[in-house]
Design a protein around this ligand. Structure first.
Ligand SMILES: C[S@@+](CC[C@H](N)C(=O)[O-])C[C@H]1O[C@@H](n2cnc3c(N)ncnc32)[C@H](O)[C@@H]1O
Length: 226
């Protein structure tokens, strides 16, 4: 794993409870904005996850508060949430979701999954980390499996990477590594690995292009795009 990710997860390990508290504080300050974002994300998750038979095994990488995993579970799927910080694991357990401590760059998957979900985590990966995660998820997916993830778009930034302290934005007040990807560099890795881009869009920010959102699948799947 990269030194960038290693240092960043150390920050999460030490500050997970603060991160969780800040999320609640942010939700209370901007309830309407948060509600709209949540509804949009859940609609997106539902549309794609429901391509899979109910009861399918789904793995989430970097679940933090476990809200997304809980939502996927509520749709009738067998979800395993994961993260690297003990305090996140405890929070996810409180929500009644099965969870394991798992560093996607270091640990090995022990089961096969029908889908892997990874939301706002690639932002802490170098290009080499991203390549590793895309390869690992490809290997762990069942034949007709989906990998759903997003990455921050470099079009909105003047740099492709930086260390950021978002203390004034209700984050943790300590620096984490942020990587901004171009669509072409991700597309290149994705197709080299053998994934098919099943769906793609940009969303968020002032110009609706802050995030690159991908739904990937192993080739030869039976799904038809809705
Ligand atoms: C910005 S938070 C996003 C949390 C959640 N997915 C969400 O959308 O609210 C980034 C998450 O990625 C996790 N993370 C970063 N590097 C990781 C790694 N190597 N393995 C597993 N999780 C990682 C962090 O612990 C943190 O929970």
């Amino acid at each position: 794993m990269s030194i960038e990710n290693e240092k960043t997860i150390e920050v999460y390990r030490k500050n997970a409870n603060k991160y969780l508290a800040n999320t609640i504080e942010y939700d209370n300050i901007y309830p309407e904005k948060v509600k709209q974002k949540r509804e949009k994300l859940e609609k997106f998750i539902k549309k794609n996850i429901e391509l899979l038979p109910k009861g399918s095994k789904i793995f989430e990488i970097g679940s933090a508060d476990g809200l997304n995993a809980k939502y996927i579970q509520s749709l009738g799927y067998d979800v395993t949430a994961s993260d690297i910080a003990e305090d996140f694991i405890n929070e996810i357990k409180k929500k009644g979701v099965k969870t394991i401590k798992f560093n996607v760059l270091e640990d090995e998957f022990i089961e096969k999954y029908s889908a892997v979900f990874c939301w706002r985590v690639f932002v802490h990966f170098t290009k080499e980390d991203a390549l590793k995660v895309l390869q690992k998820t490809y290997d762990v997916l069942k034949k007709d499996g989906l990998f759903i993830f997003n990455a921050m778009n470099c079009e909105i930034k003047e740099t492709s990477e930086e260390w950021v302290d978002f203390s004034n934005e209700f984050h943790m007040g300590t620096e984490r590594y942020y990587k901004y990807f171009s669509k072409s560099e991700l597309d290149d890795i994705i197709t080299r690995i053998g994934y098919q881009i099943f769906d793609f869009h940009k969303e968020g920010g002032e110009s609706n292009n802050k995030w690159l959102v991908y739904v990937l699948k192993k080739k030869d799947t039976i799904y038809n795009k809705k």
